[in-house]
Design a protein. Sequence first.
Length: 340
Amino acid sequence: MGDSRFRRICLGAALAVLALAVSGCAADAPQDFLNHPEGPIARKADSIWDITFFIAVVVFVIVEGLLVYSLVRFRHKPGRQAKDFHGNTRLEVTLALIPTLILIGLAVPTVNTLFDVAREPEGALQVTVTAKQFWWQYDYTDLGVTTANELVIPAGVPVFLRIEADDVIHSFWVPRLAGTQDAVPGRTNTLVLEADDPGQRYMGQCKEFCGLSHANMRLLVYTKTQGEFDEWVAEQAADAQPATGAAARGEQIFLEAGCVNCHAVRGTEAEGATAPDLTHFGSRTTFAGAIFKLANEEEDGELAAWLRNPPAVKPGALMPDYGLTEDQIQSLVTYLMSLK
Ligand code: CUA
C-alpha cells in the first residue's frame, strides 16, 4: 500500500471517529443529560460534573500551556546545549501534592452527593423494577399495579426503585432523571428518581450488555400530576374488562394458544408471570422493551408483525413464533388493544 493512500485511510478513520464523538454533543437529543437534568437527583449529579469539568479545564489549560511554552522556549537552536540534571525533589513533591489536594477537594462534594442521592426519601413511591431479557417489569408494591416498560410516576414526588434481575445483569438508566443502577440477579440495588414536571416523557435504556437485544431493551418514563397518577393507578389496579364483540374471539385465541403460560391478564385465567402483564396493555404507548409503538391504528401493524414472529423483529426475544394465522393475529390485535 502506498504511503499517501495509507495516510488518507488514517485521516478518513480519524474523521469518522471524530464525527461519532461529536454526535455525542447534539443538543436536545432525547437522552442528553449534561445540559438537561430534569429533577433534583439529576441536578445534584450534574453539579458534581460541573465542578469536576471546571477544574479539569483549568488543569488542562495550565498543563498544556506550560507544555507549549516549554516546547517553544526551549526548542533546539544551533549552539544551544541541553542541561543535564537528575530529579528535583521539591518540584516532584509539589506536583504530587497538587493533584492529591484537588482529588481530596473533589471527593468531599462527590461522596456527600453519593450518599445524599442514595438515601431513601421520606414518602417515596415504591416501585420494584425487574429487568428481564429484554424488557422491564414494574411492580408498584403498595398500589397493586404491575406493568411493563413504561414507568408512570407523579411529578415532584421521589420514587424509590428496588432494581432486580431475573436472568443476567442489566442496568437501568433514564439519563435525564438519574444515574445508572445495575440490575444483578440475586441482589436488590436501589435508585431514587424524581421528575420536575408532569406531562413529560423521558427515554431510557438498558445500559449493560445483556444479550442479542440489549440495544432493543428500552424504556420510557411518563410523568403525571398527582391527580392524574391516582386515576392511572385506579385504572391499572383494576382487573381487565370482560372482552366483548370482536375482542372476545381474540381473548379465546389468547387463552388457548399458549399465551397464558407466560402472560397474565388479571380477571381471566391467564396468570403467567414470566412475560409482561397484559391486563392494561392497550393503555401503553409501546411494547417489547418500548421499541414498537402502540400509539395509533396504523402502528398496530407493529403488533401484528410481532405476533407473526417475535424473534424475527426483535432478535433473541423469548416469545416464540406460534405459527398463528393472519386471521388469528388480527383477532389477537383487536383483543390486546381492547385491554385499556
Ligand atoms: Cu438488558 Cu442490556
